[in-house]
Design a binder for this molecule. Structure first.
Ligand SMILES: [Zn+2]
Ligand SMILES: [Zn+2]
Length: 209
């Protein structure tokens, strides 16, 4: 049984995005295997939204363990790789997985997120979201997702040096930012005017330039 209540507690609320993550985790657990106590399973997530919390909570692939990799593609797509035999699946939410297109709902959503909704509209939106969430939790998995076997390729992009991607604790050289003096993972430093800076200092320096 999926610990849906636990995922909701971990995330802080129930929402359509969390529900998508719960259902994707359901496929991962059935097809790729059990809760990842070690770094046996690697998850590559192409979004950093709500659903990833369900992935972390239910599959045990977490940023801290280094077996959760984020690609900033803005897609509800989740790839799971089993290291032992290289079995790998990419699970992508279908365009209508969150519900059919609904201009009325879109307009309501815009007002709520724009801070312009009346209390009635907020309640109306909350009810609509609860309905969408339940529909996702109840839907057959093959209506929500396309699931395809993929090459078990783990991205070697920063901050994972080639060959070390997703391999648990990462040992990384740190440099000291020449502006704020804080130790910063080397792959996260930037060069600016001959100085080594952390990202916030680099961005501030660029603005002053
Ligand atoms: Zn959420
Ligand atoms: Zn700095």
């Amino acid at each position: 049984m999926l610990d849906i209540a636990g995922a909701q507690r971990f995330h802080g609320h129930m929402c359509p995005g969390l529900a998508i993550g719960i259902r994707a985790a359901e496929i991962a657990l059935a097809e790729i295997g059990a809760h990842s106590a070690d770094e046996e399973i690697v998850a590559i997530v192409e979004t950093d939204m709500c659903g990833v919390d369900a992935i972390q909570y239910l599959t045990g692939c977490t940023f801290g363990k280094g077996n959760l990799i984020h690609l900033d593609y803005g897609k509800s797509a989740f790839t799971f790789i089993r290291r032992s035999d290289g079995k790998a699946l990419r699970i992508v939410a279908r365009p209508d997985a969150f519900g059919p297109p609904d201009p009325e709902w879109s307009a309501l959503r815009a007002r709520v997120f724009g801070g312009k909704a009346t209390p009635e509209e907020q309640a109306q939106f909350a009810a609509a979201q609860a309905q969408r969430t339940q529909a996702i939790l109840d839907a057959p998995l093959d209506r929500l997702f396309d699931v395809r076997p993929v090459e078990p390729r783990i991205p070697a992009s920063p901050p994972w040096p080639a060959g070390q991607a997703g391999q648990g604790a990462r040992i990384m050289a740190s440099l000291t930012c020449e502006e704020c003096g804080e130790a910063t993972m080397e792959t996260r430093t930037r060069r600016f005017n001959g100085r080594t800076l952390c990202i916030p200092c680099f961005e501030a320096a660029e603005k002053r330039w």
